[in-house]
Design a protein around this ligand. Sequence first.
Ligand code: AMP
Length: 557
Amino acid sequence: MARLTHSYDSGAAAEPLSGDTIGQALARTIALFPDSDALVSRHQGIRNSYAEFGREVERVALGLLGLGIEKGDRVGIWAPTCAEWTYLQFATARVGAILVNVNPAYRANEAAFALGHSGVRMLVTASKFKTSDYLAMIAQVRGELHALERVVTIDGATAGGANDLTWKELVAAGAAVAPGRLTAREATLDPDDAINIQYTSGTTGNPKGATLTHHNILNNGRTVGQVLGYTSADRICIPVPLYHCFGMGIGNLGCITSGAAMVYPGESFEPLAALQAIAEERCTSIYGVPTMFIAQLEHPEFATFDLASLRTGIMAGAPCPIEVMKRVVSQMHARDMCIAYGMTETAPCSTMTRPEDSLERRTSTVGQALPFVESKIVDPETGLAAPVGTPGEVCTRGYLVMRGYWENPTATAEAIDEAGWMHTGDLGVMDGDGYVNIVGRIKDMVIRGGENLFPKEIEDVIFEHPAVASVQVIGVPDERMGEELMAWVVLRDGAVLTADEMRDFCRVRMAHFKVPKYVKFTADFPMTVTGKVQKFKMRAAAVEELGLEKAAAVRTA
Ligand code: AMP
């Protein structure tokens, strides 16, 4: 059978990759579209044209120079979505500093790991967000952070250290810096320099710092924008977190490479704020992980919003249920909605459906490799390319693969092989035309009595039940079969369903061995803030609830 390494035939269809640094790309767009909207941060009441946005970024970049930030220095940002986050993203890129994104949901020990491991010199932070008191947490761990010289608070609170500043003082530090110094610094930057470290979301194990370059994330955002046909008339609703590539990469950089507007509905995702932003800002594109789209579609006021301005968007980050995609196309009017697939380590997007693909392919696959990207499926046992149609590990190669994990050569060598392929840990199948379907994580694959079962396939069937709002399928230990399937089901508001009815529904739609033995009704799933369900936590909870400790011990013995 054929084996395939699929690389999109870019031919005349794709523009060449950009050789710009992020600063150069931004300058180009400001010159082309000075008066177009660049940034709308609704919860802050901030609206910047590209000319204004460029000035804000420049003031912050001069401030960084004034405070002695050198090329390659690490500058951390720990804050929910706000305009300052983005000013700092572009300012650090202009001065060649490496921005370290700190997850807004981190607790003190997690933040200390990221800040300490990457050696952050300056940390820009909100003082609090939801239940997180950032300043109290920083005070708690500051003694361990030997490289940290200065904390800058965005909202004007004082962090208490001798060198600490407010945002205004950071900007003021640039007032006396001659703009020529910034130009001189920019002349020393190379697009292949690292400019960003993102600690991976940690569905398992210790976070690793994916280290990305201008070239990685600029070209990825740009290519995705080209596939979606962005122009300066587009307005992108970005409710996904900025600390992830989905927000600061294909969100922010997708806009600044096309002149489109970045629209932030709020500090973090709220379905109502996202719907209001789309309707009131006349957004043409909407980004989200599947759970965000479900929350908008299920919102009691959904039908009251006029979403007709939507044309396109991206659903990504986790398996995208076919039914949810169909509803986004029909009920949210995003007729050119695409599914993208990727990971932080690939800046992030490696495959994507195209607006011109059939609805079937746009809802049931993660598309083909992006221009200039290679994608292949390998047999995890042999490491050789798997035959077309056979599940295996998805591997990605090209300009988008990270430089490596920050100061972790062992983990880097495990992830990127000698030929340059990033091994994703995801299980996928590729068809003869290069369309990929993600069927799960390698470690989430369920092996029941020797039969390999892919949770996504079963989730897609259960999703078709009208009472079901959301579903996740996991494997739980079983003494006889090795593993059995368990479905966690979230019902729609007011819907009633029993476990037996759920299984009856499955029985007529799938082979008997795929029908989940256990069905649990739940209000939600354990999740990371980027909307990734933590199946390992579900498994641990299920073992305890179902009293499967003995089977679990057999399995892991
Ligand atoms: P992160 O590094 O946080 O972006 O997580 C990357 C992981 O998210 C991938 O390795 C996949 O497991 C998952 N993922 C991203 N996009 C998709 C998608 N469209 N379908 C299924 N899984 C996805």
